[in-house]
Design a protein around this ligand. Sequence first.
Ligand code: IPM
Ligand code: MN
Length: 349
Amino acid sequence: MYKIAVIPGDGTGPEVVAEGLKVLEAIASKKGFKYELANYDFGGERYMKTGEVLADSAIEELRGFDAIYLGAVGHPDVKPGILEKGLLLKLRFSLDQYINLRPVKLYPGVLSPLKDKGPEDIDFVVVRENTEGLYVGEGEFINKGTEEEVAIQVSRNSYKGVERCLRYAYEYTQKRNKEKKLTLCGKTNVLTYAWDLWERTFNKLAANYPDVKTDYAHVDATCMWMIKNPEWFDVIVTDNMFGDIITDLGAMIQGGMGIAAGGNINPEGVSMFEPIGGSAPKYTGKSVINPLAAICAAGMLLENIGEEEAGKAVEASVMKTTTQLKSLSAGKMGYSTQEVGDLVVKNLK
Ligand code: IPM
Ligand code: MN
């Protein structure tokens, strides 16, 4: 019996999570595994009512689950940063979810904005470090509000943090078994402290994975290649900030935020799965948002808790569903949010 915590969150989060849970229920009865859900109402509404984003006691509770399923955070009436930092980043950091795993895969029938590129060209995974770098929130203002002001924002990269992320990336590349090629995406030519450590550790670990081919690309060049030659990539490993940026680019080449999912993974603890697009407030309650990203996130969750077959079946069903939709964009799918969820259930094998 798996225990899954559900945080539907803000905006369209609850709508897409409902479709993910619909698919979960269907695949569980097909494959014969059992689970129980616990709902948590964290998000903008609760914050405005109670002033509390996430209690420490809730974090302790969440440690007891097999996985967390998250919709979206971000509320138009809450100052930007409060929910992002107080909920999403707080969960990632306190649960030590040090990997952010983001597949970039163009599914059949989906129109990529990249001319002449098809599903065989766009199929790679970004391993983003998820607990360090510029996201640690260290820094200071000097002479704030004056013309002499200086704002300092620290990127913290510990050997342990870098090493565990790279080790995960090497192992993931081996296991993925596509081209067994791991690309380090950094900025060694300018950021000569952080990327010196990353590059040294990357090269040192390479000796332990003789079957993995290694490559390096600066982050700016990575953006260029992702557009021009996405077929060159198998697994990309990078830091928190670069990973944030290149995975939005990745989402666009795979057909948009309607399909992009990710996992915040603690290989030794509890992991959290989410569609990577935001809460899309303007579409809330209209049944026009695409639930496929949330459904893909549910598929990743299943693989993570050990229901690999179920996870693969969900992905296969999504890959059939994408051939049936007019578009992946909100309001243009040719179906409502709930109908897309129904299609995925129907297409499950
Ligand atoms: C993401 C988001 C978050 C991030 C924000 C909401 C804090 O953009 O998951 O990529 O920057 O990591
Ligand atoms: Mn982002």
